[in-house]
Design a protein around this ligand. Structure first.
Ligand code: UDP
Length: 240
């Protein structure tokens, strides 16, 4: 299976369906980025972060903002919620007896997420767990290097998780890394995902912002500005 990407603000976004993305990811190593408008906007400001996105092995459109942006550019691509994608990859690892590592979130959240995942997938082999509030990054990288898990899920928030993964890539050539944001909080039961109707309407971001009002600051003005940039790129010639 080959990647088929389309451009959004100059970045390649994969167009796989959910099932195709899982199948593809199961057969590769490297970095999966679950991209959203905030990350794309940040990429335009930070050259190093842009390099990380450009060198990722799979960039899945996570979030309705990216879906709308792609639609403006004439591409009908369904978004793939990162949390569901990561969950499916865990399931695949459990089925294939492949080990996984969990890095990120608060210690008690991590512990509970691990416990819940082990209950859900009795054959799951979690070889390494580390909460997301560490000082000695090299120590974590060395520990990971020794364990060489097949799947490494990093829940450090963006851009921290993508930057951490980028550093780990060379040390773990046989691993697949996914930045999963707040997924451990959901798997731990500390945070609820939006009800299905919000998910279906692409309004999960709105539900999260209502539940955690500090998120409004992150979403606005990022989301409207992002869409304006996409529109500008489409309708105004370069340099205008
Ligand atoms: N986090 C972490 N270390 C940090 C900062 C954040 O482990 O230094 C965790 C935080 O506890 C949460 C996750 O990263 O579990 C970030 O969640 P957020 O909801 O911000 O991510 P999003 O899903 O919006 O990308």
């Amino acid at each position: 299976m080959e990647r088929c990407t389309v451009k959004l603000l100059g970045f390649d976004i994969d167009t796989f369906t959910f099932e195709q993305a899982c199948e593809y990811a199961n057969n590769i190593c490297g970095q999966v980025v679950t991209i959203n408008p905030e990350m794309l906007s940040y990429s335009l400001k930070d050259v190093d972060f842009a390099k990380i996105i450009n060198s990722a092995n799979l960039v899945i459109p996570d979030g309705v903002g990216v879906e709308i942006g792609l639609k403006i550019n004439g591409h009908k691509v369904r978004r793939i919620p990162g949390i569901e994608f990561a969950h499916k990859m865990i399931e695949i690892c459990a089925k294939n007896n492949n080990s996984i590592a969990l890095i990120g979130a608060r210690a008690e959240v991590l512990e509970k997420a691990k416990e819940n995942l082990e209950k859900e997938f009795p054959r799951l082999y979690i070889t390494y767990c580390q909460d997301g509030y560490f000082n000695d990054e090299n120590k974590i990288l060395n520990e990971l290097k020794i364990r060489q898990p097949r799947l490494v899920l990093c829940a450090l928030g963006s851009p921290k998780q993508e930057q951490f993964i980028f550093k780990a890539l060379n040390l773990l050539p046989g691993s697949l890394f996914i930045g999963v944001g707040g997924s451990f909080d959901v798997w731990a039961g500390a945070v609820q995902r939006a009800p299905k109707i919000y998910q279906k309407l692409g309004l999960e971001w709105l539900y999260r912002a209502i539940k955690e009002p500090q998120r409004f600051k992150r979403i606005f003005p990022t989301l409207p500005l992002f869409l304006m940039k996409v529109l500008k790129e489409k309708f105004l010639p370069k340099g205008v």
